[in-house]
Design a protein around this ligand. Structure first.
Ligand code: URA
Length: 200
C-alpha cells in the first residue's frame, strides 16, 4: 500500500475518532478541551508499540507517550538506538479515561477496532504491547488466547501470529509507567528492549 493511501486511511481514522460521540469519553474530552491521541510515527514502521490509553499530558498535546511514561519509553528506545520516528506508537483507547483509571471493557470495545485498522494499514512486523491491557487485547485479536500469561511471565517473550499481510511477532512488555518507581522493572524493560533491536 502506497504512502499516500496509508496517509489517507489514517486520516480517516482520525476523523472518525474526532467525531466519536458514542464514546463515553467524548463528552469529557470536549468539556476538558483536550484531544484524542490517535498515534504517531512512521507509517511504514516495522515495530508498532501499543499502550493503554492517553494520560494527562497526552490528552493535552494529542501525542502518545509524551509525559512521564513517555520519558521512560524514550530512554528505552535510545538504550537500543532505535529512533522514535522510525516506530509507530499508539494506544488501544484513544481518549483519556479520567483520573488515569484503567480502561474499561466498554472503552476497549469501542476503540479497539481503530487499533485493528491501524495495524492493517501500517502492517508492522512486530507489535510490542506495553502493559497488561494491550497484551491481552492484541493476543486475543490474533487468536492467541491460550498463550496469555500474566505479564510477569509473558514479558520479553515472542509470540508469532498470522495477519492478512503475513506474519507478525507479538512481544509483550511491561508498561513503562511500571518502571517509574521500580528500578528492577526498569532493568527488565531495558533487557527486553534488546529483543526489538533485530526487528528495527
Ligand atoms: N500511558 C499509555 O498507556 N499511553 C500513553 O500514551 C501515555 C501513557
Amino acid at each position: 500500500m502506497y504512502k499516500v493511501e496509508r496517509e489517507k486511511l489514517l486520516k480517516q481514522i482520525k476523523k472518525e475518532i474526532l467525531d466519536l460521540k458514542k464514546s463515553p469519553l467524548y463528552a469529557e474530552r470536549v468539556k476538558n478541551k483536550v484531544y484524542p491521541v490517535i498515534g504517531e510515527g512512521d507509517h511504514f514502521a516495522k515495530i508498532m508499540f501499543v499502550g493503554e490509553a492517553p494520560g494527562k499530558n497526552e490528552a493535552i498535546t494529542g501525542k502518545p507517550f509524551c509525559g512521564t511514561s513517555g520519558k521512560i519509553l524514550d530512554e528505552l528506545l535510545s538504550s537500543v538506538s532505535i529512533k522514535r520516528e522510525k516506530v509507530y506508537i499508539t494506544n488501544i483507547v484513544k481518549d483519556r479515561p479520567s483520573m488515569n483509571r484503567d480502561p474499561s471493557p466498554d472503552e476497549i470495545e469501542i476503540y479497539g477496532p481503530f487499533l485493528d485498522r491501524q495495524v492493517e494499514i501500517i502492517q508492522p512486523k512486530v507489535i510490542a504491547t506495553l502493559g497488561r491491557f494491550s497484551m491481552v487485547y492484541i493476543m486475543k485479536k490474533f487468536g492467541l488466547d491460550f498463550d496469555i500469561q500474566p505479564i510477569s511471565s509473558a514479558h520479553g517473550k515472542s509470540f508469532e501470529a498470522e495477519t492478512s499481510y503475513g506474519k507478525v511477532k507479538i512481544i509483550p512488555l511491561y508498561h513503562p509507567a511500571a518502571a517509574i518507581y521500580n528500578q528492577h522493572l526498569k532493568e527488565t524493560l531495558i533487557k527486553d528492549f534488546k529483543i526489538l533491536k533485530k526487528y528495527e
